[in-house]
Design a protein around this ligand. Structure first.
Ligand code: PMP
Length: 287
């Protein structure tokens, strides 16, 4: 069935939705995005995603084309018009289509940002078969640019990383810089050793995950020990448990890292507990 999508102020059938060939998102990856999860037809952590969107736009000097309430209304309209119960809303804002290709940013007075949103249904988000088995990750070098804190649409290397993982019979890749794990291709990475949850601290090296912020808060509230610091690939391979977080996977247990099996090779108790808490609390606070 055709979806209703949003492009620059209009709700359209997906077949009729178009963006200019001169759009800087298309020509230069000059744009940012957000993915907000929907459970029971409600938005998970909408305000976290809105705040990060604002930050990404500010860092790139793109004017936010809508205020919080207008963004919320578009999200809600798309949920309603598509009858979305469980899945995601993808949103993208680019610097727009100036009508020519030029490295110089166009004048924002004459070139408005392009705004696109669409829904993706996924009935298996909460009751995920993958979360029951856990995922396997390979390690790859982190060769991305130095502003990974900005959620840009430059996703070629993460996409290549996932393909490398699949070729190796695994699910995903963790990226490593100077011996330390930065993050997963589309998620934040954690290990657990002797009951302590360890994850890299926030900096320009990683995306400031909205799920990461929520999960660390819930972990601390549940009296779990959290250490925000670099950890090496060797440490990860010797961990008791590991997991990744993202809006669409919540807390996803990792059972193998670069060929090393963690514990018994099944999802660990702390990762599973955090997944439960995250889903329960997020459902309660959904908009
Ligand atoms: N790191 C990277 C590189 C990502 O692409 C994502 C997901 N977009 C995340 C972390 C997780 O962020 P969030 O919890 O906000 O989905």
């Amino acid at each position: 069935m055709s979806r209703t999508v949003y492009v620059n102020g209009s709700y359209l059938p997906e077949e009729e939705a178009t963006v200019s060939v001169f759009d800087r998102g298309f020509l230069m990856a000059d744009g940012v995005y957000e993915v907000t999860t929907v459970i029971d037809g409600k938005l998970i952590d909408f305000d976290g995603h809105f705040t990060r969107l604002q930050r990404s736009l500010t860092e790139l000097d793109i004017t936010n084309p809508m205020d919080r309430d207008a963004w919320l209304e578009v999200h809600r309209q798309l949920v309603a018009q598509n009858g979305l119960d469980q899945g995601m809303i993808y949103l993208q804002v680019t610097r727009g289509a100036p009508g020519d290709r030029d490295f110089i940013f166009p004048d924002p007075e004459t070139t408005a940002p392009t705004v696109v949103l669409f829904t993706q249904s996924n009935p298996a988000l909460v009751d995920s078969p993958k979360a029951k088995k856990g995922i396997k990750v390979i390690a790859i070098e982190d060769i991305r640019w130095g502003r990974r804190d900005i959620k840009t649409v430059q996703l070629l290397y993460p996409s290549m990383g996932k393909m490398m993982a699949i070729k190796a019979g695994c699910d995903d890749a963790w990226m490593v810089q100077d011996g330390a794990v930065t993050e997963g291709t589309s998620n934040n990475a954690y290990i657990i050793k002797d009951g302590r949850i360890i994850t890299r601290a926030l900096s320009n090296d990683i995306l400031h995950g909205i799920t990461r912020a929520a999960v660390l808060r819930f972990a601390r509230e549940a009296q779990m020990q959290v250490e925000e610091r670099n950890f090496t690939l060797e440490e990860a391979k010797a961990a008791d448990e590991a997991f990744v977080t993202s809006a669409s996977t919540f807390v996803m247990p990792v059972v193998e890292i670069d060929g090393a099996t963690l514990g018994a090779g099944v999802p660990g108790p702390l990762a599973l507990r955090l997944r439960e808490i995250y889903i329960e609390e997020s459902r309660k606070a959904a908009l």
